[in-house]
Design a protein around this ligand. Structure first.
Ligand code: ZN
Length: 327
């Protein structure tokens, strides 16, 4: 029997309270579970600005939120709200970097304009000309960078209400039973990413005014940076023997995705459709063999391919008895 090799767990001492803290794989920052201080591993420094969004939705509110959210989806069993049993609520504090910039760009380039046409005839073609133009963009901007590259994709594009952030409070997180997730994207990478967002925004604004940039003088100042933890609930529930899960933004009470069982009648139609589709595919193949290479044969093959595509979706839903509702 093979004995599993245990990697020695790496540890650091918290830069604030000196407690020994384990380093999870891939982490760039480790938040001390005792005092709540984030330690940046590359520099060994502690991050001064650490914020969180508070949990406003938990317990009974969540158990109402999910059936209510699912009620608008087709195929959810009509007795789902009565029979669903919630088995687990896992609170995850997910990491974001928040940068506040002030960006200023002076630009020169070419703009387009239509010279006034002194003509008596309306059909004369419009003559678009170019001329040199200059201008500046002056903008305060808040940029968010989610802490994971590949994992937890459903959270990455969430609109986070950064304005309501509060100082991070480890006692509040522990009281709710929250688990802290730390970023794998370190400060430097996050900074470059955020700065790119600023440049992109300035470019968009410039190209509204001119069509060709010839000169840029840009100054992007960092005003504030913060490490932010945002609460999400991963909820598990049962409906008879069926088990599914949902993800909820716990600060805003917004369901991001929720699995649901497919009702009996919906599955009946699913099966009927599968049989029907198999019939059409069979017929098409038969027709194709009979009239090889004729136009009808070709049409049959096309129909078969389309139906086979639809069929794969139908089978998956009908067999797994599971569907995901997400906006
Ligand atoms: Zn500590």
């Amino acid at each position: 029997m093979a004995i599993e090799q245990q990697q020695p767990t790496k540890k650091i001492n918290c830069g604030y309270c000196q407690a020994e803290v384990e380093i999870p794989p891939f982490a760039s920052v480790v938040t001390c579970p005792y005092c709540g201080t984030p330690n940046e591993l590359r520099t060994g420094k502690i991050i001064q600005n650490h914020h969180m969004l508070s949990v406003y939705f938990s317990g009974s509110e969540l158990t109402e939120l999910i059936p209510e959210y699912l009620s608008k989806y087709v195929g959810v069993p009509s007795d789902f709200a009565d029979k669903v049993i919630f088995t687990d609520f896992e609170l995850r504090m997910m990491p974001f970097w928040v940068f506040k910039f002030h960006g200023h760009t002076d630009y020169t380039g070419l703009g387009k304009y239509c010279p006034a046409v002194h003509s008596t005839h309306w059909s004369r073609s419009i003559n678009i000309q170019t001329r040199p133009e200059r201008g500046s963009i002056d903008l305060d901007q808040t940029c968010l960078v989610f802490g994971y590259r590949e994992q937890h994709k459903e959270i990455r594009d969430e609109k986070i209400p950064v304005g309501s952030k509060e100082a991070f409070d480890i006692n509040a997180v522990n009281a709710e039973g929250g688990r802290i997730y730390d970023t794998e994207i370190g400060y430097d990478e996050a900074y470059r990413n955020a700065e790119e967002q600023v440049k992109k925004r300035h470019n968009e604004l410039i190209y509204r005014e001119i069509y060709k940039i010839e000169g840029l003088n840009q100054k992007i100042d960092l005003k504030e940076v913060s490490y932010l933890h945002v609460p999400f609930y991963r909820i598990t529930y049962k409906y008879g023997n069926w088990t599914g899960e949902a993800l909820v933004d716990a600060a805003r009470g917004k369901v991001l995705r929720a699995e649901y069982p497919i009702s009996r009648s919906h599955r009946f139609w699913g099966f009927t459709f599968i049989l029907l589709a198999l019939g059409v595919i069979g017929g098409a193949i038969f027709a194709a063999l009979q009239t090889a290479l004729s136009e009808w044969g070709l049409a049959g093959i096309v129909a078969a391919v389309i139906f086979a595509g639809v069929l794969i979706f139908g089978i998956k839903e009908t067999v797994t008895k599971k569907k995901v509702a997400a906006e």
